[in-house]
Design a protein around this ligand. Structure first.
Ligand code: G3H
Length: 544
């Protein structure tokens, strides 16, 4: 662990557990069970210990990450058992879940939401302890996820209503509905361990697929209280746990060729590796949100107060650990000094503290190597001639890292291209907007960008090239995923497929049609099947 160097930062950490408010304390949770084939199975094998980024000094004054609990670590054998359970539950599309009508699936999901809400307090606490997210954002993450599920249910109802009628074209009568794809391997990230995982997991379940659910390394325990809700809300085998190191448990599962969809929120490098394990890539659908280096440009006529407040939110919410974070700022030479003169003090006003501390914005970083990584990437820029322009930027103690504004960042410095995913804000100076456009063209990422300005001609001149380089252009606003009904995707290494409430339902399903020639005999057959409710698919049932 890091030795104490900065007494002021050290004081942010509790001196002992007594200093942690009662409502935010958690007894270590030692998970010794997992969900497989509709049962909570006991686990007696290898375990991984979970340490919080929240530290307490030991008797030597060395900050120690606190134990939050432990969870099972599967080997390839248990991974294959989980896969087999999902394959059995899907049963080539003949399982109870893929055969269940939309109304039945919606009812199961509503049961799940009720049970999920019972765990709200514990899950929010675990988000704070496992990944250091502050109380307000952890609460928002939980509540936003519940809203997302409700919105998804509404979108599914609408989709089903539109499919409940027949089409007659070119002498063919047909009904078209969305059907499941099969077995889904779902892998979520640490930064939004609940929300981002569920924005793929929930639509995947709802569309009738069966799931292998791999939790992230940081942010795994918080899923434990929800396993029982999955077990008791859905038929057996619909959701199956997959724990352990991705490099050990995922390759055999992919090599089996039995995974139909890989959904991953993570890095493009990992995505490439995992996909390659599949023996028939043409059969694998991938829905992924990956790397991003979202750039903001500040035009000479920008309202600097707006630019500062949006760039602050955009670059440093949750310590910059958002895929949608603004990860590089381009400021025009004529206003760069004025921008930095406002931005640096605003960064320094962000309150550091423990996740539960009132108003804390800069909180402990969950990845144990992150503070060193941030130090190195900033040192690299400094060795190339950049400066840390905010006082104390880059100071670090234990898992806390004071955000650093680094300027001028240039091509050749790691901060120029690397996705730092943490509290460092590189600022680049430019003379001509073409330099910014060229940066986006040559960048490997293509998620979002922000334009700050007031001159409509200049803004419009940037919008048109930028929309073909990234997937969302924000005007005088930070980059962000929400609202969840907006398409969330990216170009190049930033994404594959599109997520949003409705897009996700489409991504995890495929259209199937039942069709016949428009003859009296065939109409009579369709009428009898529909009239006597003989089929779930061929049906005009309308969900109200
Ligand atoms: O990490 C990526 C998240 O989807 C970002 O969501 O823009 O709402 O923070 P957000």
């Amino acid at each position: 662990m890091t030795t104490v160097q900065y007494p002021d930062l050290v004081q942010l950490f509790p001196a002992s557990t007594n200093q942690i408010p009662d409502q935010f304390r958690v007894e270590p949770i030692h998970q010794r069970e997992y969900l497989l084939d509709g049962e909570m199975k006991q686990w007696s094998g290898k375990i991984a210990e979970v340490y919080s980024p929240v530290c307490i000094p030991d008797t030597d004054g060395t900050l120690q990450r606190q134990l939050v609990g432990s969870y099972p670590v599967f080997g390839p054998e248990q991974a294959m058992e989980a896969l087999d359970a999902a394959v059995r539950a899907y049963d080539n599309g003949r399982g109870e879940w893929p055969q269940m009508g939309v109304a039945g699936r919606i009812a199961c999901m509503e049961t799940f939401i009720g049970k999920m809400l019972e765990q709200r307090g514990l899950v929010i606490n675990l988000i704070m302890w496992e990944i250091g997210k502050n109380l307000a954002d952890a609460t928002k993450e939980f509540d936003r996820t519940v809203s997302y599920i409700y919105d998804t249910l509404d979108a599914l109802k609408n989709m089903d209503r539109n499919s409940s009628r027949f089409r007659i074209e070119e002498g063919i009568i047909g009904q078209i509905r969305r059907s499941p794809l099969g077995v889904i391997l779902s892998m979520g990230p640490f930064n939004y361990p609940l929300n981002e995982t569920y924005t793929t997991l929930i639509p995947a379940i709802l569309m009738g697929n069966t799931i292998l659910f791999k939790t992230p390394k940081h942010g795994s325990l918080l899923h434990y209280p929800l396993l029982e809700a999955f077990r008791t809300s859905f038929p057996k085998g619909v959701v199956n746990s997959l724990y352990g190191r991705g490099a050990i448990v995922v390759p055999p599962v992919m090599q089996s060729g039995k995974v139909n969809v890989l959904t991953l929120i993570g890095s493009s490098k990992v995505a490439d590796e995992l996909q390659r394990h599949h023996p028939k890539l043409n059969r694998l659908r991938s829905i992924m949100s990956l790397d991003a280096k979202n750039a903001a440009i500040i035009l000479p006529d920008a309202d600097l107060d707006v630019a500062v407040s949006e760039c602050l939110l955009g670059s440093l919410s949750f310590n910059g650990q958002r895929c949608t974070a603004i990860k590089i700022i381009w400021a025009h030479r004529s206003i760069v000094d004025a921008f930095l003169a406002k931005f640096s003090p605003a960064v320094n006003k962000l309150k550091p503290g423990m996740p539960w501390a009132d108003g804390a914005k800069i909180t402990p970083l969950p990845e144990p190597t992150k503070t060193q990584y941030m130090t190195d990437i900033i040192a690299d820029a400094v060795s190339g001639g950049a400066l840390v322009v905010n006082e104390g930027g880059g100071e670090t103690v234990g898992s806390i890292f004071k955000p650093a504004v680094v300027y001028p960042v240039k091509e050749g410095m790691r901060l120029y291209r690397e996705e730092q995913f943490g509290p460092a804000v590189p600022v680049v100076v430019y003379d001509d907007v073409e330099e910014f456009i060229e940066y986006l063209i040559t960048d490997d990422h293509g998620m979002q960008a922000s334009i700050f300005g007031t001159d409509t001609t200049k803004i419009a001149d940037l919008i048109d090239p930028l929309v073909n380089l990234v997937s969302r252009v924000n005007i005088n606003a930070q980059c962000q995923r929400g609202p969840d009904t907006f398409p969330f995707t990216g170009r190049k290494d930033s994404a594959e497929g599109t997520l949003s409430v409705e897009d996700a339902l489409r991504s995890f399903s495929i259209r199937s049609a039942v069709a016949t020639k428009d003859t009296a005999e065939n109409k009579a057959i369709f009428n009898e099947i529909v009239g006597e409710h003989k089929s779930e698919f061929l049906s005009t049932k309308f969900i109200f």
